[in-house]
Design a protein around this ligand. Structure first.
Ligand code: SF4
Length: 394
């Protein structure tokens, strides 16, 4: 493995390259602590291009720590809708509340204090501390681990916490000994990992500022480095998703407060791949009278550990008012709302995107709906619905 004193050699070419080739990103132009924090949390598990529109909308709606601390959960989730991993949003709010309570509504400029906040681990604490406060500390994420392992030819498994700790300490020493700006160094390492030293495929070593001192490049070992733990196969769950509509509204269900997608709104869905008869029976139990039923296309959604294989039905029911008045829907955490209101207020996870498309609704800041609105799959005779569907499209 490359000795620590040799690692010092990477600093000048790395930082020069970053100054010349760094991407212009909305959170980079003005690296206030709040902006760095929000962007780093959004960027966990999400691509830069996907984050950009979310970031802009979020900062506009919640421009500082106090606004975030006071934000009602439903509004927060609506801003997060489509980004996934909603515990990140929940932790943002909890951390903001803690900042109001203990740090005068400011983000603390102290690595240990940052680490004590909900949702902030060593990487995020390092990123905020270095980029916003120039504290000499490393920020080691998957990109940095990949670059560091290849540079030094390390075949240690990067999923091991002790390996991550090793690199955090080692790169912190490097930052301190070299006297380089920590924010610049950390961002440069991340940028090389994001743009040049790519995962899953051949890294662009020819364009890499570190090629001259890279062990994996010299030995041709980039393909087997970094070493990763074998991932467990995902559990497959079959689900039947229901788009239940009367003339003016669509039925939504609030998920349990714990577990997958906790507390979010969803299209009603049932375990298993059910047939029309079973679906009609279920509706009846809710006090809803189905008038028509139409199959919708199958869809798949991948979570970290589970994969949903979904089939769907559009159910046209008689006025939901009666079931609403009887309290039967509310008791079971259901709600009937118009398309416009759903779009404005209720956060729906992107697992339901293929079926929300039939309402002409986009989820979060994602691309426009591609499926035809539900009106187009409703046969003649029910065309009174079409005006509403079309009005709310896109
Ligand atoms: S030379 Fe290649 S393998 Fe080495 S750090 Fe650069 S891109 Fe990665």
């Amino acid at each position: 493995m490359m000795a620590i004193e040799n690692l010092q050699r990477i600093v000048p070419p790395l930082t020069e390259w970053f100054r010349a080739f760094a991407r212009e990103l909305p959170w980079r132009s003005d690296p206030l602590p709040y902006y760095v924090w929000i962007s780093e949390i959004m960027l966990q598990q999400t691509r830069v291009e996907a984050v950009k529109p979310y970031y802009r909308r979020f900062i506009e709606a919640l421009p500082d720590v106090r606004a975030l601390a006071d934000c009602p959960e439903e509004k927060l989730f609506k801003l997060w809708e489509g980004l996934g991993y909603y515990s990140r949003a929940r932790n943002l709010k909890r951390a903001a509340q803690e900042m109001v309570r203990s740090f005068g509504g400011e983000i603390p400029g102290d690595y240990e204090a940052l680490l004590s906040l909900p949702g902030i681990g060593s990487y995020t604490a390092g990123a905020i501390a270095s980029i916003a406060f120039h504290i000499p500390v490393s920020a080691v994420d998957g990109n940095v681990l990949r670059v560091a392992s290849r540079l030094t030819g390390s075949e240690e498994c990067i999923d091991e916490p002790r390996v991550k700790r090793f690199w955090e300490e080692r790169l912190t020493c490097l930052i301190r000994d070299s006297g380089t700006d920590s924010g610049l160094f950390n961002q440069a390492m991340m940028e090389v990992g994001a743009l040049v030293c790519l995962p899953g495929g051949r890294p662009a070593c020819g364009a890499c500022p570190l090629a001259a001192c890279c062990r994996a490049f010299r030995d041709g070992t980039w393909e087997r480095i970094p070493v990763r733990r074998k991932k467990k196969a995902r559990r497959i769950e079959e689900r039947t998703v229901l788009l239940v509509r009367d003339a003016v509204s669509t039925l939504l269900h609030k998920r349990e407060d714990r577990g997958l997608l906790a507390g979010l709104w969803e299209l009603p869905n049932l375990e298993g791949s059910l047939n029309e008869g079973q679906v009609m029976e279920y509706c009846q139990k809710l006090g809803l009278k189905a008038v028509q039923i139409h199959p919708l296309p199958e869809a798949k959604h991948i979570f970290t550990h589970v994969e949903w294989h979904m089939r769907g039905f559009l159910l046209l029911v008689e006025d939901m008012q009666e079931a609403r008045q009887s309290g039967q829907l509310e008791e079971n955490r259901f709600l009937a709302a118009g398309t416009e209101l759903i779009g404005e207020r209720y956060p729906i996870p992107s697992a339901f995107r293929p079926y929300m498309d039939f309402l002409g609704l986009r989820i979060g800041s994602e691309a426009p709906a591609l499926n035809p609105p539900a009106a187009e799959i409703i046969p003649e005779g029910r065309q009174s619905l079409s005006g509403e569907y079309r009005e709310n499209r896109g």
